[in-house]
Design a protein around this ligand. Structure first.
Ligand code: TRP
Ligand code: SF4
Length: 404
């Protein structure tokens, strides 16, 4: 059994499909930077995941990998604290993905909400592929191979972490058992009612002590008939009936970014597909222009028209960047037509510049030294790989695949 403490470990990945923007920073990166001080952190470039949607244009991915890692470093991700690597440099992810695919019901993948959503959204791409259906399972392999207890992601990824939990549970049920398995199983059995609980315990004894296979089959049927048991409890009780073992794969939890979604220049969520982003590499004059041309409350046609910040995307940015005094100044000035929109935008420009300036300085250093970035990734991949190999060795053994 592994000695890894999952509760101390986080893992997260990002797809390299273009330049990073403030949405990535406020949505994920800032969280990564925070977490690297508190956890053993593994952050990786999900280049295989990018291929599931960009298989026809892989050059996009190739061009983005290094720049994305430079943006991470620029944002304050520290290679001395966190392990940074590229997914495809740790081929063990692919082997675990394959092994997990053997026991993953198709329906589990078809039901993941992002599957149909993304197919509908990315209509210009043919996503009727094997690889795309397997996207969330590959993500499960990414997480499980490091036995990460926590996965810092945005809200859109929670369903994938949930799937990962189910996969881990199913794997442990088939090939091992969780540590407090007996306790949890007994609690679950109690939920089945006195009579059924008693029957299950008798059937278990009959099977485990007398080798009565009919008793086993009867018990399995009884458990399958329990409609009010959760999936996890069902697996546990099944495992208890059949005989207990150990945990091999740890169940992770999503660690949601505390910040609400980052608004873009038009008030919608900041996203490349809406064309409303500010890149982390945006020069001062570019971002000044972008903010100065942001739409404002349409009711404020003239300076003398009073406005309402609730109808203005600029206000949403103040919610992210401004302190109470500035926010009060905006609210009063806008509603009384006491300030103009350009004046209102000025503190925002200052705040974004102050946020990006140190990042861009740090980023520029790394851009001048691509060898250093490559070294960071080589070292990170080696470190990641040694952890991945450890898990995979246990997984292989559990599945009867070590022929030595
Ligand atoms: N699917 C994630 C995204 O689109 C990227 C990703 C791949 C990931 N593997 C992961 C995130 C493992 C967390 C953990 O953002
Ligand atoms: Fe928006 Fe500020 Fe103009 Fe009001 S004053 S409409 S909040 S930009």
């Amino acid at each position: 059994m592994s000695t890894v403490d999952s509760q101390k470990r986080v893992l997260s990945g990002m797809r390299p499909t273009g330049l990073l923007h403030l949405g990535h920073y406020h949505g994920v990166l800032k969280n990564w930077v925070q977490l690297q001080n508190e956890y053993q952190s593994f952050y990786f470039v999900a280049d295989w995941h990018a291929l599931t949607t960009h298989y026809a244009t892989p050059s996009v991915i190739e061009a983005s990998v290094m720049n994305m890692v430079i943006d991470w470093l620029a944002a304050g991700v520290d290679p001395e604290k966190a392990t940074l690597f590229i997914q495809s440099s740790v081929p063990e992810h692919a082997e675990l993905h394959l092994l997990l695919s053997m026991m993953t019901p198709l329906g589990w993948l078809e039901r993941v909400p992002s599957y149909k959503d993304q197919q509908d959204k990315l209509r210009d791409k043919d996503l009727e592929t094997y690889g795309f259906l397997g996207y969330p399972l590959l993500q499960s392999a990414d997480i499980l191979i490091y036995r990460a207890g926590f996965v810092p992601v945005g809200a859109d990824q929670v369903a994938h972490v949930e799937l990962t939990r189910e996969i881990a549970r199913r794997f442990n049920h088939l090939y091992g058992r969780e540590a407090d398995h007996e306790q949890l199983a007994l609690t679950a059995i109690k939920k089945m009612g006195k009579k059924t609980a008693k029957d299950i315990l008798l059937l278990r004894t009959a099977f485990q002590q007398q080798g009565d296979h009919q008793a086993l089959a009867q018990g399995q049927t009884l458990i399958r008939e329990q409609q009010n048991l959760s999936l996890g409890d069902r697996e546990r009780v099944m495992g208890y009936l059949e005989g207990s073992g150990k945990v091999i794969l740890a169940e992770p939890r999503a660690l949601l970014t505390p910040a609400a979604k980052m608004p873009g220049l038009d008030g919608q969520k900041m996203s490349k597909s809406y064309g409303n982003t500010i890149s982390l590499r945006e020069p001062v004059d570019g971002l000044t222009k972008k903010i100065n041309t942001m739409p404002t409350d349409p009711a404020r046609i003239r300076l003398s028209d009073a406005g309402n910040p609730e109808n203005c995307p600029v206000w949403q940015l103040h919610e992210v960047y401004s302190d109470t005094d500035t926010k009060n100044w905006v609210q009063q000035g806008c509603r009384s037509a006491g300030i103009g929109c350009l004046a209102c935008k000025k503190p925002l420009i200052d705040a974004v510049v102050a946020e990006l300036e140190p990042m861009q300085k740090r980023g520029a250093q790394y851009q001048l030294d691509p060898g250093e970035v490559r070294n960071i990734l080589i070292k990170g991949s080696e470190r990641a790989r040694s952890h991945a190999v450890e898990t995979l060795t246990e997984v292989r053994a559990a599945m009867g695949l070590n022929y030595r």
